[in-house]
Design a protein around this ligand. Structure first.
Ligand SMILES: CC(C)(COP(=O)(O)OP(=O)(O)OC[C@H]1O[C@@H](n2cnc3c(N)ncnc32)[C@H](O)[C@@H]1OP(=O)(O)O)[C@@H](O)C(=O)NCCC(=O)NCCS
Length: 179
């Protein structure tokens, strides 16, 4: 499967959700059943990277996707050196609620590219409405290692998932030179 270069918003008329398999039932089900409805009602945004060639149903398979939502975390969950300068309110963050790569193209740096694209998107949103950090909930310790590689730090464990964060300041260092 050859993948395009541009992430676009999920569109059921153009993108084939049924053939997406990343190896996680939870993430597959989200993309196949919930992502579009969440987009329509305005509770999350799902961006996908389409493949270059269409299937027989004329739709494009999905190489990878990410879903982002505004969220907040408790100030007390942050390390003390960071939390001490923040007000005593829930801290606004952006949550990468879902991120996955089709099994057919895993191990080809697409996870890294998808994460960078998600961070770039959130950095642009941050120009209009600030958030303190980007957080992600990892489904297992292997995924935790993936995010650790890109600077995410452990926050806490919630509902069996490992929550990690990356300060928006750090995200900015990745993209501010390009503006
Ligand atoms: C986790 C996932 C997104 C990684 O995508 P991928 O395209 O296979 O990974 P990449 O090829 O971009 O890997 C980039 C780097 O991360 C490393 N890496 C990839 N998966 C990793 C993992 N699970 N643990 C540790 N490192 C990992 C790679 O070795 C590579 O390192 P390198 O640049 O030094 O060679 C993908 O395997 C996936 O979708 N898994 C199932 C769904 C899932 O768990 N999503 C996360 C939701 S919390």
């Amino acid at each position: 499967m050859k993948c395009g270069k541009t992430f676009v918003e999920l569109n059921k008329a153009i993108h084939d959700r049924t053939t997406f398999d990343c190896g996680s039932v939870e993430l597959n089900t989200f993309l196949q059943r919930h992502a579009l409805r969440h987009l329509k009602v305005g509770v999350s945004k799902t961006m996908i990277l389409p493949a270059l060639e269409r299937l027989s149903n004329q739709k494009y398979p999905i190489c990878s996707f990410y879903t982002v939502v505004p969220s907040s975390i408790q100030r007390e969950t942050l390390p003390q050196n960071l939390s001490k300068s923040l007000p005593h309110y829930p801290v606004p963050v952006f949550l990468i609620a879902q991120l996955a790569v089709n099994k057919k193209v895993q191990g080809q740096q697409l996870g890294k590219i998808t994460l960078i694209k998600a961070l770039e998107f959130l950095w642009q949103v941050n120009q209009q409405m600030h958030a303190y950090a980007v957080v992600v909930d990892c489904i297992n310790e292997l995924v935790e290692k993936f995010y650790q590689k890109y600077g995410f730090q452990y926050l806490h464990k919630k509902h069996g998932k490992i929550r990690m964060f990356l300060p928006m300041k750090t995200v900015g260092q990745l993209f501010e030179d390009r503006e």
